[in-house]
Design a binder for this molecule. Structure first.
Ligand code: GLY
Length: 368
């Protein structure tokens, strides 16, 4: 068992990581059930797999539980579903002192966190992430959002959870494609500032993906410790530290937008292809060694992640992709900052990138 603290003064919280923690969920959430009832937001897949077990545990502990069930998938992160969740929470008498539980992957965490932040001007919430992507990244740090016509995650607020409960055993039920997609975010923690952790990914990543529980715990605790430190240093992404966590995301979001935020390209797959583009664009600009690009491509391809844009099923142009980037949340005075790399483990925020140059680079990538 590992407990990692996210140090944010009065809004600090613990991330509890333990194989089999779900078996003890009623006791672990006891500090948040003073009202003897809990309101969960989840999705249809997670509900089918885990709800009966969870409800029985709380029933035995004398706590009433109710669940709002979203359709699975990124397309649920919209205004209409947000309204549905908020109405449901109000109809069920949610109060600010309640702890609303987000039980699911990144989509559930993002929309349930956002609903918690705005209902009655802000209720407490707890994250129980069930996907690798959510267990290593999105459940921690307080980013909440929905997508809009203009792009991904453009409507949202920072709202920190009060507690994050991670049971890596829940990954056993994750489809292999989802597991691989989440693994891209694990690799990200090596690429941004730890060459040593990237070495570990190369040596032990395959074990993680085949269900090795030590490898899972190592990857989750490394990722969450790294993220907790970054979030403590730069909670609202103001000083450049937290922006590092967006490596691959500017390119990746454009790929997701072009493929319709759906099944063609999952978020983690887009991040994988986006990280390769960030490395290749850094090499194109002359500050990243070409053989290191090869290492990243090889590792991601070995795990089955898309590492080349030309392999993604889409008809697009560099200009169309670059246009999606204009809505980037990091943009300031119309300038889109990019996460670029000097080496594996040395990512930096570049503010001098010209989108026309990015478009030309992407045209050459698409042609390969
Ligand atoms: N997933 C990026 C962040 O939380 O900042």
């Amino acid at each position: 068992m590992e407990i990692i603290n996210v140090a944010l003064g009065g809004r600090s919280y613990n991330v509890h990581i333990e194989n089999g923690a779900l078996g003890n969920i009623a006791a672990l959430l006891a500090p948040y059930t003073a009202q003897k009832r809990l309101l969960f937001i989840t999705d249809e897949n997670v509900h089918r797999l885990y709800w009966k077990n969870i409800a029985d545990k709380f029933l035995s502990a004398g706590v009433r539980v109710e669940a709002y069930i979203l359709p699975a998938g990124e397309s649920s992160k919209n205004w209409q579903k947000l309204e549905g969740i908020c109405d449901w929470l109000l109809q069920h008498g949610a109060e600010r002192t309640d702890h609303i539980v987000a039980l699911g992957g990144g989509v559930v965490g993002d929309i349930a966190g956002f609903a918690s932040a705005i209902v009655k001007r802000g209720c407490n919430f707890v994250q129980i992430p069930t996907s690798l992507l959510a267990q290593v990244d999105s459940s921690v740090g307080g980013k909440t959002a929905i997508n809009s016509r203009s792009g991904k995650n453009l409507i949202g607020v920072f709202h920190q959870p009060a507690f994050v409960l991670i049971d890596p055993d829940m990954l056993d039920s994750l489809p292999p494609r989802e597991l691989r997609a989440g693994y891209a975010e694990v690799v990200k923690y090596g690429l941004i500032d730890s060459a040593e952790f990237f070495d570990w990914c190369e040596s032990d990543g395959a074990a993680l993906l085949s269900g090795d529980s030590d490898a899972r715990i190592k990857a989750i605790s490394h990722s969450i410790s790294a993220k907790a430190q970054i979030v403590s240093d730069d909670e609202r992404e103001l000083n450049g530290r937290r922006a590092l966590l967006n490596l691959g995301h500017t390119f990746g979001h454009a790929l997701e937008a072009e493929t319709g935020f759906g099944d063609t390209l999952l978020h983690g797959e887009a991040v994988a292809a986006g990280m390769v583009l960030a490395a290749r664009y850094s090499a194109y600009r002359g500050h990243f060694p070409a053989q290191e690009v090869g290492r990243i491509v090889n590792h991601l391809e070995t795990t089955g992640l898309p590492a080349r844009v030309s392999a993604i099923d889409m008809q697009t142009t560099g200009k169309a992709l670059a246009e999606h980037m204009q809505h980037d949340k990091k943009a300031a005075q119309g300038n889109v900052p990019f996460l670029l790399m000097n080496a594996i483990g040395d990512t930096f925020l570049a503010s001098d990138v010209d989108l026309d140059d990015v478009a030309a680079f992407l045209d050459s990538e698409l042609a390969q």
